[in-house]
Design a protein around this ligand. Structure first.
Ligand SMILES: [Zn+2]
Ligand SMILES: [Zn+2]
Length: 146
């Protein structure tokens, strides 16, 4: 009985951590969030609980970004924008066209819309000091070599 209660406590903490953030976290991030509250939790437990929650339709997967699977507490399908630089995942307010491509004999039951690009934070940095810094770095290297 106590064990069962402990189990559901872990699951609730994991679900809550994912639902309370808009960052679409990885299992590792969730683990780091819940670890201070539940010191006996392991990364494996987090993975297992996420898997069960996904099977029960309580969580959705956004897919693998920068080698880590990322999860969403919002299970209704919605479009995402993924930054190819920092791996941030942002919910997008966009209604994809409803028309279906002609796929003879193929029954579509799911679709996802993903935009790839560079987020405002990353592109801002590129335009600003980082770009200057990079250019300076290249110059310095050139001077150093000659
Ligand atoms: Zn970014
Ligand atoms: Zn989302």
């Amino acid at each position: 009985m106590a064990k069962t209660r402990n189990h559901s406590k872990k699951r609730e903490a994991i679900l809550e951590a994912i639902r309370l953030t808009e960052t679409h976290p990885s299992a590792r991030w969730v683990y780091e969030q819940v670890k201070p509250k539940l010191p006996d939790i392991s990364l494996g437990t987090v993975y297992r609980n996420i898997k069960v929650c996904r099977e029960e339709g309580l969580l959705a997967s956004v897919g693998v970004v920068n080698n880590e699977e990322r999860f969403d507490g919002v299970v209704e399908p919605h479009p995402h924008a993924i930054c190819t630089k920092c791996g941030s995942i942002i919910d997008v307010k966009y209604t994809p066209p409803t028309s279906q491509p002609s796929l003879s004999g193929f029954a579509v039951d799911n679709r996802r819309t993903v935009f790839y690009g560079v987020c405002a934070k990353c592109s801002g940095q590129e335009k600003g000091w980082l770009k200057k810094f990079k250019r300076f770095g290249r110059l310095a290297k050139r001077f150093g070599n000659s």
